[in-house]
Design a protein around this ligand. Structure first.
Ligand SMILES: Cc1ncc(COP(=O)(O)O)c(C=O)c1O
Length: 492
């Protein structure tokens, strides 16, 4: 399997392993007070052009977020964040577990704007019962955001200036900061991130390190006693030099930026391939996370070889998924995925619309002696208790399935595939799509009738798990023939 599901599927950049090995038996003092940590701090201050900044190392992202946030807030305060912010959706309530509420702001693209922060602040301070409500005490953003999008320099500056005016410290979660900074769409530099935030962190875990995040604090009020907080939260690594050595390596000769740039380039190759394939993108990301919306029938083929993340259901037949590249992604893996995307069976199943009815009626006339007319198909389409599933190749109709679905039971009324596309799994794909619908509509049993002489069809349905329930005498006319009744229980 080739993994694209996240950006920490590998260990660490070989230069880091080499440096850890080379220094393994050296003796240093602990808790991040050794010479390697000091040197790494200095390199980071230089890269940030922030000579006065305090730099502290921690182990992982969640730990860094709740330690920073709980060190800033008073007991009755909460942190403003986008609804989709990582601290709100993916950290198991870690911030709330420190006693501080996450105060969410709506966001379609993962970003929050200066005006939203001002409005939330004013809404609080204008409220006569404000002493009964959690007070907004700081602002959390991530860059890139949870959706892979980026703040522009203008947006970050406006946010920072508003936060300054309102007395709300601005904290930027940079778990993927490298991928943000090296994006072709970024107009922000590391020194500007340092200038327009009060505290932020440079993510190492996702960008080449075995583990580690470097917190850069430019506001002296936040830096004061911060190490007490680190220790109290269990976040002060005894063998702290392991963090210093890793960040020293990452910030020597621009390694951090080079490896992040590689991930972004690989992601842009994938983005282009998704576009070419005609997959819409859920978010317009120019960083290492890509969110294509893919037909479920294609995902079924891709998952044989690739691991990706399910993101959200878009409709009955499409899902948004996340493909992540990283500093370690091999270009061969990306090229293999692109090739497979190109060669992917273009069969797409979906639901018929009015525009499909003429073609379905044509196929009816070609295949069935008792063909349904376009008018009766249009009636069927309008009925709530029937579904018409289509199968298309290169957007041309090659098959369809009509079923009636009443509570508990469904019946396949028609299933047809163009002659030249038979025995290629098309009917199977449509049945799979029907099963998805059955699951949504609480249908637990599927039934159908088939001509007794149509042994191919009977074998096909048996392969799909249907069993014979009996015969219906003289069911068919023209020519007259018995019908074999078949059914299949669907998993409850
Ligand atoms: C933006 C962001 N912040 C923080 C984290 C949390 O990192 P960890 O899983 O190392 O605690 C992640 C992890 O996915 C993240 O994407």
């Amino acid at each position: 399997m080739i993994q694209f599901q996240c950006d920490y599927t590998e260990g660490a950049h070989p230069k880091i392993i080499e440096r850890l090995t080379r220094t393994n038996l050296e003796q240093t003092i602990g808790y991040g007070e050794d010479g390697y940590c000091e040197h790494a701090r200095e390199l980071i201050r230089q890269a940030c052009q922030a000579p006065e900044a305090d730099v502290q190392f921690m182990v992982g992202g969640t730990q860094t977020n709740f330690t920073v946030i709980s060190s800033i807030l008073r007991p009755y305060q909460g942190v403003l964040s986008a609804e989709s912010g990582h601290i709100n959706v993916h950290e198991t309530g870690a911030v709330e577990a420190t006693g501080h509420k996450v105060l969410t702001l709506p966001s379609a693209d993962g970003k929050i704007r200066a005006s939203q922060v001002r409005e939330a602040y004013e809404a609080h301070w204008k409220d006569g019962s404000r002493e009964h409500i959690v007070q907004p005490g700081m602002v959390y953003i991530s860059h890139p955001t949870e959706n892979g999008t980026l703040y522009t320099k203008g947006e970050l500056k406006a946010l920072y200036q508003t936060c300054q005016k309102l007395g709300l410290p601005l904290f930027l979660d940079g778990a993927r900061l490298g991928y943000g900074l090296m994006s072709e769409a970024s107009d922000l530099t590391l020194p500007e991130i340092a200038e327009y935030t009060d505290v932020f962190y440079i993510g190492g875990t996702k960008v080449g390190a075995l583990f580690g995040e470097a917190v850069v604090i430019t506001d002296p009020a936040i830096a004061k006693d911060f190490r007490y907080m680190i220790k109290q939260k269990g976040a002060m690594l005894a063998k702290g030099r392991l963090l210093g050595l890793q960040f020293e390596t990452l910030f020597t000769d621009g390694l951090y930026f080079q490896i992040a740039d590689h991930a972004d380039r690989m992601a842009m190759k994938l983005k282009e391939a998704f576009r070419k394939k005609g997959y819409p993108l859920l978010f317009d990301s120019y960083t290492n996370q890509q969110f294509p919306v893919i037909p479920n029938s294609h995902l079924g083929q891709l998952k044989e070889k690739y691991v990706y993340n399910f993101w959200e259901r878009v409709d009955r037949t499409h899902s948004a998924v996340r493909f992540c590249t990283s500093w370690a992604t091999k270009e061969e893996a990306v090229d293999a995925l692109i090739r497979d995307l190109e060669e992917l069976d273009t069969l797409e199943t979906g639901f018929a619309g009015e525009e499909d009815l003429r073609k379905i009626a044509e196929m009816e006339r070609e295949i069935f002696p008792d063909a349904w007319s376009e008018v009766s198909l249009a009636d069927t389409l309008k009925q709530k208790s029937t579904v018409i599933i289509t199968a298309k190749k290169d957007r041309e109709l090659i098959g369809y399935l009509i079923a009636s679905l009443v509570p508990e039971e469904g019946e396949i009324l028609r299933i047809a595939v163009r002659k030249e596309f038979r025995r290629q799994g098309v009917a199977g794909h449509m049945i799979l799509e029907l099963e998805n619908v059955c699951e949504e509509t609480d249908v637990y049993k599927l039934m159908l009738e088939v001509r007794e002489s149509n042994q191919d069809a009977i074998s096909f349905y048996k392969e799909k798990g249907f069993t014979e329930d009996g015969l219906r005498k003289d069911y068919y006319t023209d020519p007259a023939e018995d019908a074999v009744l078949m059914s299949r229980e669907l998993g409850r």
